[in-house]
Design a protein around this ligand. Structure first.
Ligand SMILES: Nc1ncnc2c1ncn2[C@@H]1O[C@H](COP(=O)(O)OS(=O)(=O)O)[C@@H](OP(=O)(O)O)[C@H]1O
Ligand SMILES: Nc1ncnc2c1ncn2[C@@H]1O[C@H](COP(=O)(O)OP(=O)(O)O)[C@@H](O)[C@H]1O
Length: 402
């Protein structure tokens, strides 16, 4: 079978294939993960600081071809173990796919770098942001008589920026300084992260390792940050009416760019042909989330108003949006079913009751009430203007709109 791992898993795969995670040659199984957690070693006692794991779907086994998000086969995994938690272990073998992505031309395997060093001692500096003390790096290298190898840890959105910082630093360090991006995803705990960086540095031939300072992250002010306002609620609850009112109010203010993902337009274009089965609804919501996150990635404000009946799928969209550095605001339009049905603007509830529309949300299909909404609006006794004003008030209070 074929499988596309998550971005973090793909980053680990690249390090397994390049040899940067030596002595590992594949994803870890239960016993190794357990030993790593308990003792900071693999099950056989080899020091190793962090779990390197992969989740596969239940039915996976045997040989699995691992693909990148664009479908390019990267490696084969021979599954030797597949636990009930989905964790799959086994050795990986690269398929020689050409690397792409920003600064791919700078990537080199540890063996290539060790070759280039030709036995000279190396001082590796792993970086997640700009280096604040280049003099110290230069002095340490001089003391050791070592070549400086800058290893920008290029995983994630900030990756290209870290590589640029390394290239700038190289220009101010002694001639011969190397820059080799390494897509090492950060681990949750700083000490584990540091230990893993040590391992990677020594794989690249370093006699000594310096860890660059953690980047200082100053998030932009909320009115410049991307934002997705995501309305959820039953059909007829008032999502589209409030969403349109919000869009118009924002356009009148003129302080933010607005992308409005109208539910009907989505179903006519982006999600044309999808049904109202759980699977298709989930796909519809993921598509909406994907487009909204792209709009928010560069500081835009996106408004979406689908029913989005499933909590897990809404959570996925929240995650997608937050992973691009934007904010996510869930607005539950909590108008009760009786009121939606009384309004029955499109006559759909009557048809659903008569059994003419199967799987109709609230009648013959589930709606999972959110327990994580930033704002809840029941429109039963509220005017449209007042409902819009409540959302706008939340945006003003959070500083997203000025
Ligand atoms: N079976 C069934 N269940 C619910 N809704 C149905 C169904 N069939 C058609 N419709 C019409 O489709 C609109 C909901 O589409 P969404 O894309 O928002 O739904 S979902 O989020 O994918 O669940 C919804 O529009 P709104 O009234 O604007 O919510 C309905 O008019
Ligand atoms: N406070 C309110 N906010 C939003 N809609 C309201 C409100 N009060 C009454 N309505 C009416 O409820 C209906 C909601 O329909 P719509 O916005 O299409 O809902 P949905 O998009 O959730 O299916 C509209 O006819 C609208 O005029």
């Amino acid at each position: 079978m074929e499988w596309t791992p998550e971005p973090r898993e793909l980053a680990d795969l690249e390090l397994l294939l390049s040899g940067a995670f030596q002595p590992l040659t594949g994803f870890l199984g239960h016993d190794d993960v357990h030993a790593v957690h308990e003792r900071g070693t693999l099950a056989d006692g080899t020091p190793w600081p962090a779990p390197v794991t992969l989740h596969l779907p239940e039915d996976a086994g045997g040989e699995v071809t691992l693909l990148d998000p664009e479908g390019v086969p990267l490696a084969t995994l021979t599954v030797t173990e597949h636990g009930p938690d989905g964790l799959a272990a086994g050795p990986v073998k690269g398929l020689g796919a050409p690397e792409h992505g920003p600064f791919a031309r700078l990537h080199r395997t540890p063996a290539q770098v060790r070759d280039e060093l030709g036995g000279r001692p190396a001082l590796a500096v792993t970086m997640r942001g700009p280096l604040d003390d280049l003099d110290e790096v230069a002095a340490t290298a001089k003391e050791l008589g070592a070549v400086i190898v800058l290893l920008p840890l290029s995983y994630g959105e900030d990756g290209p920026g870290v590589v640029r910082a390394a290239l700038r630093a190289r220009d101010r360090l002694p001639a011969g300084t190397l820059v080799v991006p390494v897509p090492l995803a950060p681990r949750g705990e700083p000490e584990i992260d540091l230990e893993l960086r040590e391992h990677v540095a020594s794989a690249y031939g370093a006699a000594e390792h310096l860890a660059g300072p953690e980047p200082v992250r100053i998030p932009g002010p909320p009115h410049r940050r991307g934002l997705v306002v995501f309305f959820t609620g039953l059909s007829g609850s008032g999502k589209s009416t409030i969403a349109r009112g919000l869009r118009d109010a924002l356009l009148e203010l003129g302080t933010r760019t607005v992308t409005y993902l109208d539910g009907d337009v989505v179903r006519r274009l982006l999600s044309k042909g999808l049904s109202f089965s759980k699977e298709d609804r989930d796909l519809n919501i993921r598509r909406i989330g994907f487009v909204a996150a792209e709009a928010a990635r560069h500081g835009g404000l996106a408004i979406c108003a689908p029913i989005a009946p499933y909590a897990a799928t809404r959570a996925e969209v929240r995650e997608m949006v937050e992973s691009v550095g934007a904010d996510f605001l869930l607005v539950h339009v909590a108008t009760p079913l009786e009121e939606c049905e009384r309004r029955d603007r499109k006559g759909l509830y009557a048809k659903a009751r008569a059994g003419l529309i199967p799987e109709f949300t609230g009648i013959s299909d589930p709606y999972e009430e959110p327990d994580d909404a930033e704002l809840v609006v029941d429109t039963t006794h509220v005017s449209v203007e007042a409902a819009v004003e409540r959302v706008l008030g939340t945006l003003r209070a959070g500083g997203w709109v000025r």
